[in-house]
Design a protein around this ligand. Structure first.
Ligand code: NDP
Length: 483
């Protein structure tokens, strides 16, 4: 018989995905531009299931049952377009092309549009969990037509990881929705890691705790509300000793964080959508600052003034570990609230109708940001589909209320010690901004009206207005009354 599904692109991700599919009892056609990868896969893992190897794209397509389901797992960008261009002439109406690479959602929108015009389904899907996830069970975020999900969903749900009997895979929404959600997931991952790093830094600088002592702190935190994969592996990394020097591993690693780009994409999109994702943005910028090696060295050589106080002592030190835990939790609530706001905004902008509670559900496994916390987010959206901000959910509002004294103390302490905590402090500034009855944006509007006649609205009347600043200071209504 013919294969149920095909995978083209057999580097580490595609190879593991194909094995995962085969292990679940589906006949899987496999293909790769360089044919040796196909033979290697079959030689090494052919006994794991029903693999159908092909050395040409023509044979590969011919080996698939209709409607054909083709998963592309190649290098994102030009390679994906090259494979699509080669593939499309070989396909027939109703066939389904899946891009499981890390595509930008705008590319996915373009590709979906092009293939739809040719009668083909194009499914851009986020796949999270790295190479291990691809093999053992990733979190899968497919976009595209609902119809394509009917044909594809069962296989994807089969190979996705399960949490409490629920597969971490669901239909996300049309065209770029799947890749968009995967992108925001990665952005949140940046924010989460930045907040963890700030907590570590503050405790190490403020209390002079060793990495090994801090590993114990993170282990303890992992027993409570902060329970998550990232907190768990933070303890592992902090406990690790460098084999060659015996020093704490974290002290022999160059302190310049790199990035592959999805965090940057998230912030770029947020700027376009006008959504303040300060947590993700600060995380991207903090990595950029860490990587500005020349500048940092020049500053270090010259020396720039900082506060004189070093460690925390007495009452200042008392309860500081737990205060940092609370600050981390509150800041994390803000970062996730902002990420979900970005999904909400894009869903409205592009007409995707994304179910936010389901996104929290499918991130509970496979993903780097998997956490107990996501159950709370799911519950919040289950209670209220139209929740305007996660911060308004009773559980989160109360959690942040409980944490806020500690949060303010930690941010004030960071400022006093001169320890940079952009994640903690911007999250608090965002929270305080959102809470305010009147914001100084009124003054900004006044300034804009004076220098640029940009107009303003009044608190007590409809319409837009302008002050004749260079004349007698009188006010003019700018819009026509019947508008
Ligand atoms: P790579 O990103 O390293 O890509 C290598 C694969 O792409 C090979 O199969 C290669 O074929 C193929 N390829 C490259 N250029 C072309 C081309 N012009 N035409 C045809 N095939 C081409 O592989 P990975 O397995 O690391 O990643 C695959 C995808 O998954 C990427 O989009 C990546 O971003 C994403 N990814 C996702 C991760 C996750 O956690 N979700 C983790 C890692 C990657 P050949 O063997 O002939 O060179």
């Amino acid at each position: 018989g013919l294969a149920d599904v095909g995978v083209t692109g057999l580097a580490v991700m595609g190879r593991n995905l194909a094995r995962n599919i085969a292990r679940h009892g589906h006949a899987v056609a496999v293909h790769n531009r360089t044919a040796s990868r196909v033979d290697e896969l079959v030689a090494e893992h052919g006994d794991e299931g029903d693999f159908r190897p092909s050395h040409s794209l023509e044979d590969f397509v011919a080996s698939l049952a209709k409607p054909r389901r083709v998963i592309i797992m190649v290098k994102a960008g030009k390679a994906t377009d090259a494979v699509i261009d080669e593939l499309v002439p070989l396909l027939e109406e109703g066939d389904i092309v899946v891009d499981a690479g890390n595509a930008h959602y705008e590319d996915t929108r373009r590709r979906e549009h092009d293939l739809r015009e040719r009668g083909l389904h194009f499914v851009g899907t986020g796949v999270s969990g790295g190479e291990e996830g691809a093999l053992e069970g990733p979190s899968i975020m497919p976009g595209g037509s609902r119809e394509s999900y009917e044909a594809l969903g069962p296989i994807l749900e089969d190979i996705a990881v399960d949490v409490d009997g629920t597969p971490c895979c669901t239909y996300v929404g049309p065209d770029g929705a799947g890749h968009f959600v995967k992108m925001v997931h990665n952005g949140i991952e940046y924010a989460d890691m930045q907040l963890i790093a700030e907590a570590y830094d503050l405790l190490r600088q403020g209390l002079d705790l060793s990495p090994a002592q801090l590993a114990d702190v993170f282990d303890e935190w992992n027993e409570g509300d902060l329970e998550s994969f990232l907190v768990e592996i933070t303890a592992r990394v902090l406990r690790h000793e460098d084999a060659s020097t015996g020093k704490p591993f974290v002290d022999v690693v160059v302190d310049q964080a790199e990035q592959k780009g999805t965090g940057r994409w998230t912030v770029q999109s947020a700027l376009d959508l006008g959504v303040p994702v300060t947590g993700i943005a600060e995380a991207v910028f903090a990595r950029a600052l860490s990587g500005a090696a020349g500048q940092r060295k020049a500053v270090l050589d010259r020396g720039l003034a900082g506060p004189s106080g070093g460690r925390l002592e007495g009452a200042d030190a008392e309860g500081f570990v737990d205060a940092v835990r609370q600050a981390l939790y509150a800041s994390k609530v803000v970062a996730y609230a902002q990420g979900f706001d970005q999904i909400t905004a894009a869903s409205q902008e592009y007409g995707w109708d994304i179910d936010r509670g389901m996104m929290a559900t499918i991130w509970r496994g496979g993903c780097i940001i998997r956490a107990r916390f996501l159950d709370r987010i799911k519950q919040a959206y289950d209670k209220d589909q139209h929740l305007a901000s996660l911060l308004l959910d009773d559980y989160f509002a109360e959690a942040v209320a409980d944490a806020q004294d500690a949060w303010r103390r930690v941010v004030a302490t960071a400022v006093r010690l001169g320890v940079p905590a952009p994640g903690f402090s911007s999250a608090l500034a965002y929270y305080d901004g959102l809470r305010r009855d009147r914001l100084p944006a009124a003054l900004v509007q006044g300034l804009r009206d004076l220098f640029g006649a940009h107009t303003y609205r009044r608190v007590d009347a409809e319409g837009t207005y302008h002050v004749l600043w260079s004349e007698d200071g009188s006010e003019e209504r700018q819009d026509t009354q019947d508008q």
